[in-house]
Design a protein around this ligand. Structure first.
Ligand code: IPD
Ligand code: CA
Ligand code: CA
Length: 254
């Protein structure tokens, strides 16, 4: 099976499972830090995805947020967030998604992000552009942060690291949102709803698919300090490209 097609189908089916799953009782647990929630829905979604990927791509490795760490024999790797936006999901706030990225030889090749309540399926393949529900998407054309709608995120336990940026940028941009699903925030930059997004403490599964979608939609992806993006380094800044330099400068101010 084609990896992009597999990512699309698996993310869509897992998203439907999440949406159709009875909302209650939803046992909400905390992981390593306060506010880092996990529910049975996260685990069920990951189990579904891993079973599917292992069946279709038995030689690939898998990295999943809820513990899936299969080491395959090929140079292919699936990077999976089975439910991005768990806090939103647990409160019935509609911004959550499933994110599946496919890497080969250390490069992102394909990715899909499905937001079931919005009914939006984002997908991208290296060199072939990005789509939402099959239609090509492009980043925005805004040229100044002053005219921009930005987005960021933070875990409650790490608020201090990014809180000052949030306050400072809120005075410069038209507005700064905090929507609670990094993978979806990236897709929103890809389709021009947000003009830029940054976060300091993300994991590879939060950004693998979404960063490819932004690039294939014509945007820029780096670390917050402007250095090359490393998926598991935590720091990410994406924009429509025109704003990247100005954002790097604004985020470097203290
Ligand atoms: C979280 C979301 C949130 C971001 C956090 C992530 P999760 O992922 O993407 O927007 O601010 O840093 O951990 O836990 O809902 O998969
Ligand atoms: Ca996540
Ligand atoms: Ca998650």
């Amino acid at each position: 099976m084609d990896p992009l097609q597999c990512a699309i189908e698996t993310a869509t089916e897992a998203g439907r499972l999440l949406r159709e799953r009875p909302a209650l009782p939803l046992e909400i647990g905390e992981k390593s830090t306060r506010g880092d929630l996990v529910t049975a829905a996260d685990r069920e979604s990951e189990a579904f995805i891993v079973e599917r990927l292992r069946r279709e791509f038995p030689a690939s490795s898998i990295l999943g947020e809820e513990g899936a760490a299969h080491r395959g024999t090929s140079d292919e790797r699936w990077i999976v967030d089975p439910l991005d936006g768990t806090t939103n999901y647990a409160h019935g706030y509609p911004l959550y998604c499933v994110s599946i990225g496919y890497e080969r030889g250390g490069k992102m090749i394909a990715g899909a992000v499905y937001a079931p309540v919005l009914g939006e399926l984002y997908a991208a393949e290296r060199g072939a552009g990005a789509t939402c529900n099959g239609e090509r998407i492009r980043v925005s054309t805004i040229e100044n942060v002053r005219d921009s709608l930005l987005c960021t995120g933070f875990m409650p336990a790490k608020y201090e690291r990014n809180g000052a940026n949030f306050a400072r940028l809120s005075k410069v941009a038209q507005a700064v949102r905090r929507d609670g699903s990094a993978a979806l925030d990236l897709c929103f930059v890809g389709r021009g709803r947000f003009d830029a997004f940054w976060e300091l403490d993300l994991k590879a599964w939060d950004v693998a698919a979404g960063s490819l979608i932004v690039r294939e939609a014509g945007g820029s992806t780096t670390a917050v300090d402007g250095s090359p993006l490393v998926l598991d380094a935590g720091s990410i800044l994406v924009s429509n490209g025109s704003l990247q330099r100005e954002m790097i400068g604004l985020l470097a101010e203290r």
